[in-house]
Write a protein that binds this ligand. Structure first.
Ligand code: MG
Length: 372
C-alpha cells in the first residue's frame, strides 16, 4: 500500500472540517493530517492539532490572516487540500491548491462561485484537480462517470426544500432564526442552514455545478426531494438517468473527495432497503423561494454577478442571524444589490472589488430594513 495522503484541513472546527478529521482518523492507512486552519477558535484549534499530531507552526488561526491559507495549501507534503473555510475567505486556498497541482476537495462553494472565471483559468493551466465535497455535486460527479461528457443531457440537483417547504410567502413573513436553523435532514453550520431555508444554497449550487462540470444553465435542473436520499442525478442522451443514493451523511462525499478514485471501506450513509422507502420529487416553489431565480439570473449574467450575489447574501444572512432583518428580507437585499449592476471579472482584484462593493451595498440595504 502506498503512503497515506497528506491532507490540509482548512476550516477544521466547522461541520465539514470536524467530520473530515473523523474520516481521516478512522483511515490512518490512507490519510494523515499535515496542516490545520481555523478561523478564530484558538482553543479548539490547539486541541485538534494535539489530537491529530499536527505541529503548532502548521496549525494556523486565519481569521485575520487569510493569506496563511494559501501558504498551508502550498506545503510540499500536502496532497489534498480540504477547503471547508466558510465564505469568500476560502478563495486564497482554492487558488493556491490548484496553482500547486494539488487535489482540491472543495467544500467552500463561495470561492468557485464568486471567482468562477479566475478559478477556471488556473484550473485549465495547472495540474490541480477539483473533487467536490458538496453532497449534490459529489453525486453528480459520481453519476457523470456512467457516460461521456457529450452524452450528458441534463444534470439534476436535488433540494430537501429546507424547513419552510410548502409554506407561503405570507406565512414566512415572521419566521424566527431558530425556525430557520431547524433543518429537517442535514446538520450543518448556521450560514448554510439559513441558505437552505431560502433555497439560496441550491441557487449557489446551480452556479457551482455550472463551474465544476461546464454544463450550461439550460441543462441544470433543481428538483425538491424532501427525503434527501437521492443527492444528484444525470440524465444522458439515451434517456437513462443515473443517480447516487445514500442516507444524508457528509462523511461519504468527504471520504470520496479525499480518496478518489478509491472508495473508502467504511459504508457511511449506506441504505437499508429492507424496511421500504418512499422517495418523492416536486418542482421548487420559485415565487416564495426567490433566491433560486436570483441565483440563476446572476449565474447567467456571468462576470461578477455570482460574486455580487454571494457577498450580498452573506451580509443579509448575517443580519438575519443577528436579528436585524426578517427572513423575507434576505432575498430582497440580494435582489436590490444585483439590480445595482454587474461588471466583468478578469482577476482576483476584480472579484475582491465586486465583493467589497456588494457588501457595502448590502449593508446599506440591510440598514434601510433593520428593525428597532
Ligand atoms: Mg449541498
Amino acid at each position: 500500500m502506498s503512503e497515506p495522503r497528506g491532507v490540509a484541513v482548512l476550516g477544521c472546527t466547522g461541520s465539514v472540517g470536524t467530520q473530515a478529521l473523523e474520516v481521516i482518523a478512522a483511515h490512518p492507512d490512507r490519510f494523515r493530517v499535515v496542516a490545520l486552519a481555523a478561523g478564530r477558535s484558538a482553543e479548539r484549534l490547539g486541541a485538534l492539532a494535539a489530537r491529530h499530531g499536527v505541529p503548532p507552526d502548521r496549525a494556523c488561526l486565519t481569521g485575520d490572516a487569510p493569506e496563511m491559507l494559501a501558504e498551508l495549501a502550498a506545503l510540499d507534503d500536502v496532497d489534498v487540500v480540504l477547503n471547508a473555510v466558510v465564505g469568500f475567505a476560502g478563495l486564497a486556498a482554492t487558488l493556491a491548491a490548484l496553482e500547486h497541482g494539488k487535489r482540491l476537495a472543495l467544500a467552500n462553494k463561495e470561492s468557485l462561485i464568486a471567482a468562477g472565471p479566475v478559478v477556471a483559468e488556473v484550473r485549465a493551466r495547472s495540474r490541480g484537480e477539483i473533487v467536490p465535497v458538496d453532497s449534490e455535486h459529489s453525486a453528480i460527479w459520481q453519476a457523470l462517470r456512467a457516460g461521456r461528457d457529450r452524452e450528458v443531457a441534463r444534470v439534476v440537483l436535488t433540494a430537501s426544500g429546507g424547513p419552510f417547504r410548502g409554506r407561503s410567502a405570507a406565512e414566512l413573513a415572521e419566521v424566527t432564526v431558530a425556525e430557520a436553523l431547524a433543518h429537517p435532514t442535514w446538520q450543518m453550520g448556521p450560514k448554510i442552514t439559513v441558505d437552505s431555508s431560502t433555497l439560496m444554497n441550491k441557487g449557489l449550487e446551480v452556479i457551482e455545478a455550472h463551474e465544476l462540470f461546464g454544463v450550461d444553465y439550460g441543462r441544470i435542473e433543481v428538483v425538491v426531494h424532501p427525503q434527501s436520499i437521492v443527492h444528484g442525478m444525470v440524465t444522458f442522451c439515451d434517456g437513462a438517468t443515473v443517480a447516487q443514493l445514500s442516507a444524508p451523511d457528509m462523511r461519504l462525499p468527504i471520504g470520496l473527495a479525499l480518496g478518489a478514485p478509491d472508495r473508502l471501506p467504511t459504508p457511511y450513509g449506506a441504505l437499508d432497503w429492507t424496511g421500504g422507502a418512499t422517495l418523492t420529487f416536486e418542482a421548487p416553489d420559485r415565487s416564495t423561494f426567490r433566491a433560486l431565480d436570483l441565483a440563476e439570473q446572476a449565474g447567467r449574467a456571468g462576470g461578477d454577478g455570482p460574486a455580487t450575489l454571494s457577498a450580498a447574501n452573506e451580509v443579509a444572512v448575517e443580519a438575519f442571524l443577528a436579528g436585524r432583518i426578517r427572513w423575507v428580507d434576505i432575498a430582497a437585499v440580494v435582489e436590490e444589490v444585483l439590480a445595482a449592476g454587474i461588471g466583468k471579472v478578469r482577476s482576483v482584484g476584480d472579484v475582491v472589488e465586486a465583493d467589497a462593493r456588494a457588501r457595502t451595498r448590502a449593508e446599506a440595504a440591510v440598514r434601510r430594513r433593520a428593525r428597532g
